[in-house]
Ligand binder design. Structure first.
Ligand code: ADP
Length: 363
């Protein structure tokens, strides 16, 4: 088991810089998720760690060992791909044993490791089957098994669940998390799926255009996003953004647009004043679940009650998404209890939970 360190790591392909000044310490036994939109440099980062791509600049350590020039097979890591990359002519046992055979492990040791991995993954009954006789989920387990038998210091996973259907994806998500804890191993997991990131990661690294935007726990990423990009990328439906100005009036801070005026609570206001936000054009952010239609909330937050019209309502069963007009210039989405009985076309009164609001610099 080992941690990893990336110091000022860059990857350049000609004029394209795919990864820029990547700095990160990954702890031993940590489950670290790299997340971001397609093309943001997640796979390139993972492939540099694996040794499949050369590092253009910077240093990569696995444990205390500088591995920039160490061949992939000598890095003591195992990679699980989206495509599984199983050998079609070999059965499950042979697929799992292959990497160990190449490394000249003794037959007894190979047998012990393959059987143990098969037991952990609950695929003991499939050892004689060829990949074509397996379901998607079973193939994914075999791919994991191939990595496990190597007993590597670090597991690298590149979108390993993206070929599975939605239900199986949720199930395998839990299985991989449990497996990682059980094996007490370091995992670096790449995905573009923010739900996978939020549910699996001990820590999430959000990337955009080859640059780390934020590296924090799921809770911190969700509740204290470092910038508008992170705030908009994590969370579904996405955080609402409203452009406007922070204004100071008789000692209080307000956020204002042409049709909206809400008071910022004292604690937050003080921080914003200290950072020089009074008088500044900003983007106000509020998550759909922090907009309430409950009477108790409407009474408690008199400074943030707004009237608006429900343009569209989507009933999800337990909750309902309201698409609202009349607040700022954009449509604002609120997530309320489905039993609230709100219908399309209704005029509604809503309150922002201003303790949960965010103020971002304009980007
Ligand atoms: P992600 O995994 O986040 O989707 P990638 O790491 O695959 O992103 O790619 C990051 C950027 O690097 C993209 O702009 C991509 O086009 C570019 N890129 C990746 N591989 C190569 C390559 N072999 N040659 C040139 N550009 C590449």
């Amino acid at each position: 088991m080992a941690g990893l360190t990336l110091n000022h790591v860059y990857k350049r392909y000609g004029d394209v810089t795919a990864v820029k000044d990547f700095n990160l310490e990954i702890n031993d036994k940590e489950f670290l998720v790299l997340v971001g939109p397609s093309g943001c440099g997640k796979s390139t980062t993972l492939r540099m760690i694996a040794g499949l791509e050369e590092i253009s600049e910077g240093e990569l350590y696995i444990g205390d060992r500088l591995v920039n020039d160490v061949a992939p097979k000598d890095r003591d890591i195992a990679m699980v791909f989206q495509s599984y990359a199983l050998y079609p002519h070999m059965n499950v046992y042979q697929n799992m044993a292959f990497g160990l055979k190449l490394r000249k492990f003794k037959k007894d040791e190979i047998d012990k490791r393959v059987k143990e991995a098969a037991r952990i993954l609950d695929i003991e009954h499939l050892l004689d089957r060829k990949p074509k006789a397996l379901s998607g989920g079973q193939r994914q387990r075999v791919a994991l098994g191939r990595a496990i038998v190597r007993e590597p210091q670090v597991f690298l996973m590149d979108e390993p669940l993206s070929n599975l259907d939605a239900k199986l994806r949720v199930q395998m998500r839990t299985e991989i998390s449990k497996l990682a804890k059980r094996l007490e191993t370091t995992v670096i997991y790449v995905t573009h799926d923010q739900t996978e990131a939020m549910t699996m990661g001990d820590r999430i690294v959000v990337m955009k255009d080859g640059v780390i935007q934020q590296a924090d726990s799921p809770d911190t990423i969700y509740n204290h996003p470092a910038n508008m990009f992170v705030a908009g990328f994590i969370g579904s439906p996405a955080m609402n953004f409203i452009s406007g100005t922070v204004l100071e009036e008789s000692g209080k801070l307000h956020f204002k647009t042409n049709n909206l005026d809400v008071e910022i609570p004292e604690g937050k206001a003080k921080l914003l004043k200290d950072k020089g936000y009074a008088g500044k054009e900003v983007v106000f952010g509020i998550r759909p679940e922090d907009i309430h239609d409950e009477p108790v909330f409407l009474e408690a937050s008199p400074h943030s009650v707004l009237k608006s019209k429900v343009e569209v309502s989507e009933n999800m069963g337990s909750e309902m998404y309201l698409y609202l007009s009349g607040i700022g210039d954009e449509t604002v989405v609120a997530r309320v209890d489905a039993r609230s009985g709100v219908e399309m076309g209704d005029e509604v009164k809503l309150a922002f939970d201003m303790n949960k609001c965010h103020i971002f610099d304009k980007e």
